[in-house]
Design a protein around this ligand. Structure first.
Ligand SMILES: NC(=O)c1ccc[n+]([C@@H]2O[C@H](COP(=O)([O-])OP(=O)(O)OC[C@H]3O[C@@H](n4cnc5c(N)ncnc54)[C@H](OP(=O)(O)O)[C@@H]3O)[C@@H](O)[C@H]2O)c1
Length: 324
């Protein structure tokens, strides 16, 4: 396993992380506690130290955190737990009026996450999506206090645009508050929009990036065909349109790319993401022990400049795609 600093902070994480939105997910192989815990422990055994969850994940809000806390209890001080607040908890945190970046809401959400994770501290607390009501000054003040209280070690954000990242950075600086050290945004070979503003902003502000949907829900694994995928795989029971609407010419060029190098499509996707600045960790979601083991080894292959140029031909960078 390789390890990386998150931006220019002192937080160090495994370059392959484990994304926990499958834990407790209806119809997934890790819907129930037994298999969920087994898969998380396989990730620990494979050298993964960074686990990314959120309070909303699971068939009932909080289930993913609960399973993760149980699985990581024996190794708590050896791993980095990232969780998130700010998406709709379907009433589990009471009435929130959409102001989920408010001091009132954050304190309540974090207390609940700590209980479910069965831990005294959260290594990385991420603001899941900015709300349109709360001034970022208030959000940063509440998060700063949680760090002072030793309930949270570092803070990050998710789904912010470039201008929101800049605003948050300069407000924290102006007010002398703790700053966000990481950005978690949608980013994979098939969706490169983060390259337009999020990645350059993260580089400018010394932040690390955690790309989510690194395999585009599994479409980039090579296991789907135009008429569907293996039974039980994610796109066989949700978002089936992603398979039918995919550009299969593009995906077959991608499979050829991997085959010519003797690597899997998963290795191609993860090592491409890991070669993009300033990606700190590829948070790989998985539902089976074998997937975890394959994912943890994915960075054994390092992309060279020719590989990157070929992938740019197959999956054009965002600034080459006509936006308007
Ligand atoms: N901040 C946000 O708004 C946000 C949004 C989405 C996700 N996230 C985070 O990002 C993480 C990663 O996202 P994701 O898990 O949805 O994305 P993903 O990497 O695009 O898809 C993961 C799916 O791919 C399949 N897979 C993984 N490894 C495989 C392998 N080696 N071979 C074959 N299939 C494999 C598994 O699906 P099946 O086995 O079920 O087919 C797995 O559930 C999440 O867990 C979550 O922590 C954050």
């Amino acid at each position: 396993m390789k390890f990386r600093r998150v931006g220019d902070s002192g937080l160090v994480v495994s370059a392959i992380g484990f994304g926990c939105n499958n834990l407790g997910r209806p119809n997934s192989a890790t819907e129930e506690a037994g298999e969920a815990i087994r898969v998380v422990q396989a990730a620990v055994d494979a050298g993964v130290t960074f686990f990314d969850t959120a309070d909303t994940y699971g068939r009932s809000p909080g289930l993913s955190e609960q399973y993760l806390g149980q699985a990581l209890k024996p190794v708590r001080d050896q791993v980095i737990i990232g969780t998130k607040f700010g998406m709709d908890m379907r009433g589990a945190n009471g009435m929130d009026f959409g102001a989920r970046g408010s001091r009132r809401y954050i304190v309540r959400a974090v207390e609940a996450s700590l209980r479910r994770l069965d831990t005294e501290y959260i290594d990385l607390l991420q603001y899941h999506t900015p709300d349109n009501l709360t001034p970022v000054e208030e959000t940063l003040a509440a998060l700063d206090q949680l760090i002072s209280d030793s309930k949270v070690r570092y803070i990050g954000h998710s789904n912010m645009s470039g201008w929101q990242m800049a605003q948050a950075h300069y407000v924290a600086k102006e007010l002398g508050r703790e700053r966000f050290i990481s950005a978690q945004n949608h980013y994979n070979l098939m969706d490169r929009r983060a390259e337009l503003e999020v990645l350059p902003a993260a580089i400018t502000f010394g932040m690390g990036v955690f790309p989510y949907f690194p395999l585009n829900n599994g479409l980039l694994t090579g296991k789907y065909r135009p008429d569907g995928g293996p039974e039980g795989s994610r796109l066989s029971y949700v978002r089936q349109h992603m398979v039918t609407d995919a550009d299969w010419n593009q995906l077959s060029q991608y499979s050829n790319f991997a085959q010519e190098r003797g690597i899997t499509e998963v290795e191609a996707s993860f090592s491409w993401l890991a070669s993009q600045q300033p990606v700190a960790s590829v948070i790989a979601g998985a539902t089976r022990v074998a997937q975890v083991q394959q994912n943890a080894r994915a960075l054994e292959y390092e992309m060279n400049s020719q590989d990157l140029a070929i992938l740019d031909e197959i999956f054009p960078p965002a600034d080459r795609v006509a936006l308007y």
